[in-house]
Design a protein around this ligand. Structure first.
Ligand SMILES: Nc1ncnc2c1ncn2[C@@H]1O[C@H](COP(=O)(O)OP(=O)(O)O)[C@@H](O)[C@H]1O
Ligand SMILES: [Mg+2]
Length: 340
């Protein structure tokens, strides 16, 4: 089996070693194009992340790949099976960990597993269920009603249910949404753990940069139904080898002044100010500030090379809702430096 990876755009992998292949998938909801000619290749055994803002089309991709909804054009194979022609074989080979609650609180963990086995029409499931309960440290609590479980224990059981029929691929749609940071980190460990222990390929969606970076060996960045970049987190980061400075202003700046500055790779207007792509923000920030009307500066934001800067560079907007606003003390210190 030859796997040669020359760059993020050209991944030459034998089809047999790919858990998921999508080619030219388009999906419309009425007149609205939710997926626009999507190509995606997920190598077997990887944790693959679909990273994009709300409404980008992440859930729609999962729905197409799990044969829940048909695509309007294109082809998709999961675990070697065509989603359109062999939906049953696709479903037999996949598991889905949904964001919604799927556990029955009035049943014990073992009863939930039994119900899952019924739903999946599994004959031999008891031994696997016991093994999974042991793996997830739930064996001692197998006869406890799930209503009494903590959030972390529930997550473990949800994953155990998804693994019961020994799927080759697991889909996780925004798996950590709404979880507290501690439980989120525990879930990250579980995800990498089952990937290693059971060899399952995991396709997860996220709109958290940090999560995609920490968990995924491969990523596709999606925006408005289009894949805008693919690669490993470090390949993606090396694409934008620059800092991005965003400056909020209460007046209209003349960006040509900044375009000409040494160390500025790009300068553009934004809704509330301007955005600069620079080689080294520490060096250049004082010079930039001294060229601005300081009383007109309302906000400064500096991003070091990260998946966030990749997203900003590709789409002109920020992926995280939370801006990491510059601490104002640091801001005034920089200002004093600029005036020296
Ligand atoms: N059943 C539907 N009918 C109409 N529009 C939909 C439907 N499902 C999703 N959409 C739209 O398609 C786009 C992509 O949705 P979705 O795949 O859920 O995005 P994501 O999971 O990335 O947040 C969104 O603009 C959403 O409003
Ligand atoms: Mg979604």
């Amino acid at each position: 089996m030859s796997v040669s990876k020359t760059s993020s755009e050209t991944v030459h992998v034998n089809d047999s070693s790919n858990a998921i292949v999508m080619k030219g998938i388009t999906k419309k909801y009425g007149n609205f194009t939710a997926l626009d000619n999507v190509d995606l290749t997920v190598p077997e055994g990887t944790i693959f992340g679909l990273l994009g803002p709300n409404g980008a089309g992440k859930t729609t991709i999962i729905k197409v790949l799990t044969a829940l909804i048909p695509a309007d054009a294109g082809e998709a194979r999961v675990s070697g099976h065509d989603v359109k022609k062999e939906p049953k074989l696709v479903r037999a080979n996949i598991g889905w960990v949904a964001a919604e609650v799927i556990l029955d609180d009035d049943l014990t963990a073992m009863e939930n597993l039994w119900l899952q086995a019924k739903l999946q029409n599994l004959q031999e499931w008891k031994e696997r269920a016991n093994d999974l309960l042991k793996y997830f440290d739930l064996f001692d609590r197998k006869d406890t009603k799930v209503g009494k479980y903590s959030t972390g224990m529930r997550k473990k059981l949800e994953i155990a249910l998804a693994l019961l029929h020994q799927p080759k691929v697991i889909f996780m749609d925004e798996p950590t949404i709404g979880l507290d940071p501690g439980t989120r980190r525990m879930l990250w460990q579980l995800i990498t753990g089952i990937n290693r222990e059971y060899g399952v390929t995991i396709l997860l969606t996220s709109h958290y940069i940090e999560e995609a970076d920490a968990l995924c060996s491969n990523l596709a960045i999606i925006d408005h139904g289009k894949i805008v970049a693919t690669g490993t987190p470090s390949e993606l980061k090396s694409k934008v080898n620059a800092d991005i400075i965003e400056i909020g202003l209460n007046y209209e700046p003349d960006v040509t002044v900044f375009e000409r500055m040494e160390g500025v790779l790009d300068a553009s207007r934004t809704e509330n100010g301007m955005r600069l792509k620079v080689t080294a923000s520490e060096k250049i920030l004082p010079r930039i500030l001294s060229s601005l009307k300081i009383e007109g500066v309302v906000k400064i934001n500096v991003d070091k090379p990260s998946l966030e800067t990749v997203f900003i560079d590709l789409t002109g907007k920020r992926l995280s809702e939370e801006d990491n606003k510059m601490d104002m003390r640091k801001f005034y210190a920089t200002l004093r430096m600029a005036r020296r």
